[in-house]
Design a protein around this ligand. Structure first.
Ligand SMILES: [Zn+2]
Length: 350
């Protein structure tokens, strides 16, 4: 690896290795310094914990390093060297420079390999993400949302507000005793009685006030949000992946590539959270939620009448028409194998 290797060279040649003792042509002892060997590999015995020897140490048979380097002579012979021996033998500055160079090459190699893995796995991932838009679960979710908003518009609007502003807590107005007002009244009456020289007789009449109290909390509240339908979110993710897929081959700096990989990770995250949302449909339309909404709509005195049946909310509007929202039959969880496959492809980049 003389001179700066090309990207293709870097990808072909593994730089960081686990077991340097498996390499060919290992010399036990370093040659006298007539030829400057090149730094070929980094090794890191971290996980195995078995130390390897150093060809520059006093006793070259004594294994004393977990991390170090492989040097290669021009005829292909190799020697192992530890960090301190390297600095001692080649000079601190010179050896540091050699190490920095190979570490930089190794970093770049990781990025290039990751890029190759992303580019290889991307077409299938994009295709499956797009296919998820028309999956039965996503379609059923979209239909249920539209149906909910069209058959129960007032409940839907109020639920949307409750989720956006109160994290799903449904509030209602109740009358509670206003004890402050009662005691103020009694103090006043007592003063007046004193002034008039009459005995004070407490009045036992309660005063009430309106208070907003929680009625219950909606589960899977994102179903009721109007802004982020899963179909739209998935389409947006596909668009973002398309963009990254097109740009990635031409990116050359570390920062550019790291930013693109972050974009891929964000897409993965967003995709998982959309699928999670879709999988919460049974919870959003659970009997509990339907009953809570109907009871709450009645307590809030929303126009018309509300009642529930198993899997349905019935609404008789002010014109006397019957509108029924029926929860769709529940499907199994969304398919995530393609997400797992893509993540695995990215992990297997060493
Ligand atoms: Zn040594």
């Amino acid at each position: 690896m003389d001179g700066f290797p090309t990207d293709d060279d870097l990808v072909r040649q593994k730089i960081e290795i686990e077991d340097p003792l498996l390499l060919d042509s290992l010399l036990q002892r370093a040659r006298p310094l007539q030829e400057m060997p090149v730094l070929e590999h980094l090794y890191n015995r971290g996980s195995s914990g078995k130390k390897v020897p150093c060809a520059y140490c006093r006793d070259p048979k004594f294994p004393n390093h977990l991390k170090g380097y492989v040097l290669r002579y021009s005829d292909g012979a190799r020697v192992l060297i530890g960090n301190r021996c390297g600095e001692h033998h080649f000079g601190q500055q010179a050896f540091k420079k050699m190490v920095e160079t190979i570490v930089a090459q190794n970093d770049r190699r990781s990025l290039l390999i990751r890029r190759r893995a992303v580019l290889t796995a991307m077409p299938e991932f994009k295709r499956k993400t797009l296919a998820a838009v028309s999956s039965p679960q996503v379609q059923a979710y979209g239909r249920a949302r539209r149906q909910f908003h069209s058959t129960l518009p007032q409940v839907a609007a109020a639920a949307t507000y409750a989720v956006a502003a109160m994290g799903g807590a449904l509030m209602h107005t109740v009358q509670v005793r206003n004890l402050d007002a009662e005691s103020e009244r009694e103090e006043r009456r007592e003063r007046e009685a004193q002034k008039a020289g009459k005995p004070y007789v407490p009045l036992r009449q309660p005063i009430y006030k309106d208070e907003e109290q929680p009625f219950g909390t909606l589960k899977a509240g994102d179903f009721f949000m109007s802004s982020d339908a899963p179909e739209r979110q998935l389409a947006h993710i596909v668009g973002r992946l398309e963009e990254i897929h097109q740009q990635l081959p031409a990116l050359s700096t570390k920062n550019e590539m790291v930013a693109a990989f972050r974009g891929v990770r964000d897409c993965l995250q967003a995709l998982k959270s959309v699928l999670d949302q879709v999988d919460r449909l049974p919870s959003a339309l659970s009997q509990d939620n339907l009953e809570l909404m109907a009871a709450w709509a009645s307590a809030r005195k929303l126009p018309g009448r509300y009642a529930t049946k198993p899997g349905a909310v019935e609404h008789v509007n002010t014109e006397g028409a019957l509108l029924i929202f029926t929860a769709p039959p529940m499907l199994g969880a969304t398919d995530r194998q393609f997400v797992q496959d893509f993540e695995n492809a990215l992990i297997a980049t060493q």
